[in-house]
Write a protein that binds this ligand. Structure first.
Ligand code: G1P
Length: 913
């Protein structure tokens, strides 16, 4: 879609955009925040809330409907001398400009007074949002006005929005501050146990050179008056005198600050600075004046903020032949950092959850983070392994602090059967990128809480006193290697099968909405994923044996129960009963404690065991789950709670899921012929002919109480048939990895095209969680698909990735992506070096027609091994010759392919290779 028909346009090559008509798009919001934990959302009329977590909301918590229904905004009023009144953030048409991570809304009053309101959160340890209101007189006459900034203060937990709203306002103690209003509730209200509150909420104001406001209206009552409201506040309409600075108590608090009356001559400007924030220690709030209390200080903090985000985004940048794409993808690469800050909540669309991130999300975010900031990745990964339980399940919610695991939130004990696959996916990527396989042999504890036997039993004797780390029978904390953690996650899954010998769905897999088939449900999709992982773990062990002369690994003795092919009579994998029994034998052996003995297992035996398991799973999926419907064929992805096959034709309706196809492809389970056939069926049943994207499933036309809540959503929304980007990107990734480049491009490109078709998507640049049936972008910004998008674009499309520490350059770019200049450029780091990879395809050759002809580094030829016609491997020792100090300029000449090598469509790929 041409850029100029969008409601926003990029105005530079750094992702900065300008939007007009944003007022007319109802659910539009933009995120602001910082690493200190300030979480804000802002709309063109400065709606949206400011908080640091579920229990600390400075302003009123809002979800997307409140954006139009409520009047809680960051208002800035002007009362002109003739009595005219202007709400500068609401009246007049907004022009929004935004970048990383700042937001400016500009409006002009009919008398040519312009207000530019810029908000951002500084890259410091202050949990504060800063706001500058810059007024400029664009008219021909002097204008005199009295400004009032007005931001309602909620000052408590989001829980109190409904629960004891009035009573909690009685806890408010409002203190006069020389620059504004500061609220410190006396207590945090919770009938299960009240706590003394220590959090301060404050709204401070400064004139351009730091002068304090003239006074304030510190409570809602005083500000709006008896008959007013936030759109007609008495303080402004009736030009009330501000209340002399005084303390107040027991009221809904209001950050309404009255500034002195000023006159602007034509062409003159004046600024007002506001600091809106939260702090435990009131001295921090005093410090805001010192750090941000004048325009100059505000601008310095803004510059530092821009610089900070630029540095955060610089690690990976793409420049293709399409400037719209190059700018857009920069917003996608911001998103993993946003998920790190916000978790999976706290933006208006995300009105669920109480903070924290889920296990799956944590690991997926680490995918992009280990590409973007590899030096941060190692400790992060190691920490996360501490959340694995010895039964292969794991803690499900992760707090803000490293190693802060919370299971059993709200007493819900759920096991998501896919959770075991993600840590290995991320760790494997990390190892390939860095060559650091020693991470596998680092030792970590296991998570322990009352849940046992994959949440099928509870240890009533367990108390917090025991601690959250698993102990041996002798009371010692057991630390096993990371490899041991990974093996336990996969081996337990292998035995945990349903009636069809596929791995049980338990309480859901990747699709959180498949949550009603606990008893008899099975996930064929993730059975394939586990099969692929078992093979790649075996591959890694072989590589370590070959390259590092690794002879054996040390494992807790109980793990041997699961390694039936290591020195024992092999189990018959076809027998469901035998597999289930083996899992229960293992649970018996590890409950309530493990013994503490370790054993050495020889690598060849371990590899053979893992391979046997992988092959059994893969073969069963390939044959047993390949469904034929009329002339079409694809994989069945699930069994429901009544052990019925989900996909195929049921009551005349075609039932197909995308998930069921993605993982057999990605894991190498599907044969190339199967991929060709299922692609056809997918295009027929899941590709939307109008919007071009791929849906998560067909319309099953009835709810599925034996499968999950997802099917109770309206068709086309969320996990019921939406264009769910996480699965869409993984679909593209899988296709690329298996050499189906044209198809992969079609899928990936459809996702980008739907995002920039803003007439339908109606969002700012970036990737939303999903597009609904009308193509609207929903749940913008916080989505695992962003990580997968960056991963896929870098390692598959551009083909820049590690292979056991060597550098692989294996472009899968189609001709269109090179544009008229015939170039695609990626800047990233590898092996501790900054590299700029430039693919040159002057003839505009199509993928399949080009090969890597030559590579130079800073102009000098580089030796490489040609793995396939468009796949070059540069040895680690070559990489190590490159400078660490300055960026290395790598030019890759692509020329017409000679010879007849086949495209390796049958290559069985691991997740990142
Ligand atoms: C969200 C969840 C993710 C889950 C997916 C499907 O998607 O965060 O864990 O797998 O829904 O239920 P995301 O945030 O990755 O877009």
């Amino acid at each position: 879609m041409p850029q100029d028909s969008s409601f926003w346009t990029f105005i530079d090559d750094q992702g900065t955009f300008r939007a007009t008509g944003a007022d007319r798009i109802r659910r539009l919001y933009f995120p602001l925040g910082n690493e200190a934990g300030l979480l804000s959302a802002i709309t063109p009329d400065l709606h949206g809330d400011i908080k640091t977590g579920q229990n600390c909301f400075l302003t009123h918590p809002v979800s997307e409907q409140d954006l139009h229904a409520s009047r809680y905004r960051r208002d800035f009023w002007l009362r002109f001398e003739n009595g005219d009144i202007w709400c500068a953030n609401v009246q007049g048409e907004a022009e929004v400009e935004a970048g990383f991570l700042w937001h400016r809304a500009t409006r002009v009053h009919p008398t040519r007074m312009r207000a530019e309101i810029l908000n951002f959160s500084p890259a410091t340890d202050d949990t504060v949002e800063l706001m500058e209101v810059r007024l400029t007189n664009l008219g021909d006459e002097a204008r005199t006005f009295t400004p009032t900034a007005a931001i309602p203060i909620f000052g408590r937990s989001a829980d109190n929005l409904r629960d004891h709203r009035h009573v909690t306002s009685l806890l408010h103690r409002i203190a006069a501050h020389p620059h504004g209003v500061m609220v410190k509730p006396t207590m945090s209200f919770d009938e299960r146990g009240h706590r003394i509150n220590s959090v301060h909420y404050a709204i401070l104001g400064f004139e351009e050179k730091g002068a304090a406001p003239a006074g304030s209206f510190p409570s809602v009552d005083e500000y709006i008056g008896e008959g007013g409201d936030f759109d007609r506040p008495a303080a402004v309409l009736e030009n009330l005198e501000p209340i002399p600075w005084k303390n107040a108590a027991g009221r809904e608090a209001m950050g309404a600050l009255r500034f002195e009356t000023r006159t602007l001559q034509p062409g003159e400007s004046i600024s007002y600075i506001l600091a809106l924030g939260i702090a435990e220690d009131s001295r921090k709030i005093t410090g805001w004046k010192k750090r941000y209390g004048t325009r100059v200080k505000f601008l310095t903090a803004l510059e530092a903020n821009r610089h900070y985000w630029e540095k955060r985004l610089d690690p990976i940048t793409f420049r293709t032949g399409d400037p719209l794409f190059s700018n857009w993808v920069r917003w996608v690469s911001l998103q993993p950092s946003l998920r790190k800050i916000f978790g999976c909540g706290f933006l208006p669309d995300f009105d669920y959850g109480r903070g924290g991130r889920g296990w799956r999300d944590l690991w997926q975010d680490c995918l992009a983070l280990s590409l973007l900031y590899p030096e941060e990745a190692r400790p992060l990964l190691l920490n996360n392994y501490g959340g694995v339980r010895f039964d292969g399940s794991n803690a499900t919610i992760i707090g803000r602090e490293p190693g802060e695991f919370i299971a059993d939130r709200n007493s819900i004990t759920r096991v998501w059967m896919d959770h075991g696959v993600w840590p290995w996916v991320t760790t494997e990527l990390y190892i390939h990128q860095t060559g650091d396989d020693s991470i596998l042999f680092e030792k970590r504890a296991y998570f322990r809480d009352p849940q046992q036997r994959r949440a099928q039993a509870r240890d009533h004797a367990w108390t917090e006193k025991y601690g959250r780390e698993l102990k041996t029978k002798s009371g010692r904390v057991h630390r096993g290697t990371v490899l041991e953690h990974i093996l336990i996650q996969h081996l337990t899954a292998f035995y945990n099968v349903g009636d069809h010998n596929m791995i049980r769905l338990e309480d859901a897999d990747w699709n959180d909405g498949l949550d009603m088939a606990h008893k008899r449900g099975e996930s064929v999709a993730f059975t394939a994923f586990y099969a692929g992982n078992l093979a790649s773990i075996a591959g890694l062990l072989e590589e370590l044996a070959r390259e590092k002369d690794l002879k054996h690994v040390e494992l807790a003795s109980e793990v041997l129960i699961l390694l039936d092919r290591v020195g024992r009579k092999p189990l018959k994998y076809d027998s469901v009963a035998a597999r289930r029994k083996r899992l229960h034998d293992y649970f018996d052996a590890i409950t309530p404690e493990i013994h503490g003995r370790t054993v050495k297992v020889a690598i060849p035996e371990l590899v053979a065991d893992l391979r046997a398991k992988s092959e059994h799973l893969a073969e069963s999926v390939r044959t047993q789950e390949w469904v034929k419907v009329g002339g079409e064929e694809w994989f069945n992805g699930y069994y429901d709670n009544e052990a019925r096959r989900v996909e195929g034709k049921v009551k005349g309706v075609t039932r197909m899921t995308l998930t069921g196809q993605v993982f057999p492809i990605m894991s190498g389970v599907a044969t190339p012929e199967q991929i060709t056939r299922l692609w056809k069926a997918t295009c027929r049943h899941l590709r939307d002919p109008k919007l071009g994207g791929f849906r998560l499933n067909t319309d099953f036309r009835e709810i599925q109480p034996a499968l999950g809540r997802a099917f109770s959503f309206a068709y086309g929304e969320k996990e019921n048939g939406a264009f769910f980007n996480h699965m869409g990107v993984m679909f593209a990734n899988a296709l690329y990895r298996r050499g189906f480049v044209k198809e992969g491009y079609e899928v990936l490109n459809s996702i980008f095209q739907m995002a920039v078709d803003t007439e339908k998507s109606r969002i700012y640049p970036g990737l939303p969680e999903y597009y609904n049936g009308e193509g609207r972008g929903m749940y913008h910004y916080l989505t695992g698909s962003a990580s997968w998008y960056i991963l896929t674009y870098l390692t598959q499309v551009c083909g820049v990735r590690g292979l056991w520490g060597d550098l692989l350059l294996a472009p899968k770019l189609v001709a269109e992506e090179f544009g008229t200049a015939g170039q695609v450029e990626v800047r990233t780091s590898f092996g501790g070096r900054r590299i700029r990879v430039k693919y040159e395809n002057p003839e505009g050759l199509e993928f399949g027609d080009y090969e890597v002809a030559a590579i130079t580094a800073n102009g000098k030829p580089v030796a490489f091994e040609k793995v396939a016609f468009a796949e070059a491997r540069i040895a680690r020792r070559e990489v190590e010759r490159w400078s660490r100090k300055s960026e290395v300029d790598l030019r890759i000449e692509l020329s017409k392919r000679s010879g007849n090598q086949e495209i390796r469509k049958n290559k069985v790929a691991t997740i990142c290779v």
